[in-house]
Write a protein that binds this ligand. Structure first.
Ligand code: ADP
Ligand code: MG
Length: 409
């Protein structure tokens, strides 16, 4: 990686502002899934061990958007839903040490709490997005955040595709600005995939919307991926583009020309684009009793496709054999609903198996990660990327503002 990291700066005794991604699901005042908190621990523990004063900042959800909506609809808005306090409790358990908390990320209380910190103390600031200045990348708000510390560390890869005050603007006022370990790991894996993948390189793309994934598909094709396996609802836009009947399956009609264009450019670049040959369907009028696996060409008007079929699973598995690099984003079907998780779970297991056989595997996307967990193979993947949008934008070849803002090596 060509960016400086927390290893490259002297942090002992210094006030270090670490932008983390603690945007976790919270229910009834408890953290439901602490994956993102755990992912930030290496950087936090390192800073503690070095005797830094560790100031942590994150966003959680979109409180101001929710507030505006609630006001428009005349319903009550519960600000406490967006508090990072439950995260401080969970973090304290994970670190086995006290975590201080400031009820506002800027202002007198935050300043005072920081001034009382000793080497190795940890302070979590309240949700950055309680201030409109955060998402507006407001200079004044950024300078107020910067006032709290002497060194800036960004470990929030998941927020790096946004130019916000805590990910971009702050670096105008707070230097040095370096990457944390999670940021470094994400960039290392994803740059390798994009620029220097070991071949054969197989990408698996699925999920609901083609439009979300087009830039990634185009970028992977231009970078010389060997095969792209397409599953999930996304496949139906391609089938419809071929004039096949897709029944009531999800299609993005506006994306039909784009799907054809992608097929052409794949062909020109010698990239094998592989679509499902069969799928699990239900009759939309009798979804409970009509489930069956049929070839794609047998689809009729009333049917809706909800998962890839057994033959497709076998074909995709075969295509994954011998892969040295695998990138997967997007479930193969409506995996939240059993038994339409079968295709996705089988592919998750196949990716895990290919990894055991020596492939480097990277999986990104919120739903894809849930699917990995559902299949029980999350720990068998080389790298489970924590950034949804950031991962896709990076692989689409875009520059991430939160990365650009960091000091070069
Ligand atoms: P990720 O979060 O991993 O990037 P996406 O959000 O792009 O993945 O896609 C996941 C969603 O796609 C899931 O909600 C899943 O139910 C849906 N999906 C996948 N295949 C189908 C299908 N055939 N019909 C309807 N929904 C589907
Ligand atoms: Mg999703």
């Amino acid at each position: 990686m060509n960016k400086k990291t927390i290893r490259d700066v002297e942090i002992s005794g210094k006030k270090v502002f670490i932008r983390v991604d603690f945007n976790v699901p919270v229910r009834d005042g408890k953290v439901e899934d602490d994956t993102r908190v755990v992912a930030a621990l290496p950087t936090i523990n390192y800073a503690i061990e070095k005797g830094a004063k560790v100031i942590l900042a994150s966003h959680l959800g979109r409180p101001l958007k929710d507030k505006k909506k609630a006001e428009e609809k005349g319903i009550t808005y519960d600000e406490s839903k967006y508090s990072l306090k439950p995260v401080a409790v969970r973090l304290s358990e994970l670190l086995h040490k006290e975590v201080l908390f400031a009820e506002d990320c800027i202002g007198e209380q935050a300043r005072q709490k920081v001034s009382l910190m000793k080497a190795g103390d940890v302070l979590l600031l309240e949700n950055l997005r309680f201030h409109a200045g955060e998402e507006k990348n407001d200079r004044e708000f950024a300078s107020k955040l910067a006032e709290l510390a002497e060194i800036y560390v960004n470990d929030a890869f998941g927020a790096a595709h946004r130019a916000h005050a805590s990910t971009a603007g702050i670096t105008e006022f707070l230097q040095p600005a370096v990457a944390g370990f999670l940021m470094e790991k994400e960039l290392d894996y994803l740059s390798k995939i994009l620029n220097n993948p070991e071949k054969p390189f197989v990408a698996i793309l699925g999920g609901a919307k083609v439009s979300d994934k087009i830039p990634v598909i185009e970028s992977l094709i231009s970078k010389g991926v060997d095969k792209i396996l397409i599953g999930g609802a996304m496949a139906y836009t391609f089938f419809k583009a071929h004039g096949l009947t897709v029944g009531k399956s999800l299609v993005e009609d506006g994306m039909i020309p784009k799907a054809l264009e992608i097929e052409k450019s794949a062909e020109k670049s010698g990239v094998k684009l592989i679509l499902p040959t069969d799928h699990q369907v239900v009759d939309s009028y009798d979804p409970l009793h009509s489930r069956r696996v049929i070839p794609i060409e047998f689809t009729t008007a009333g049917l809706v496709g909800l998962d890839i079929g057994t033959e497709t699973v076998a074909i995709f598995k075969r295509e994954l054999e011998g892969a040295r690099t695998i990138f997967w984003n997007g479930p193969m079907g409506m995996f939240e609903e059993k038994p339409f998780d079968e295709g996705t779970v089988s592919i998750a297991k196949a990716v895990a198996e290919a990894t055991e056989n020596g492939a480097v595997s990277v999986v990104g996307g919120g739903d894809s990660i849930s699917a990995l967990k559902q299949a029980g193979v999350a720990d068998k993947i080389s790298h489970v990327s924590t950034g949804g949008g950031a991962t896709l934008e990076f692989l689409a070849g875009k520059k991430l503002p939160g990365v650009e803002a960091l000091n070069d090596k």
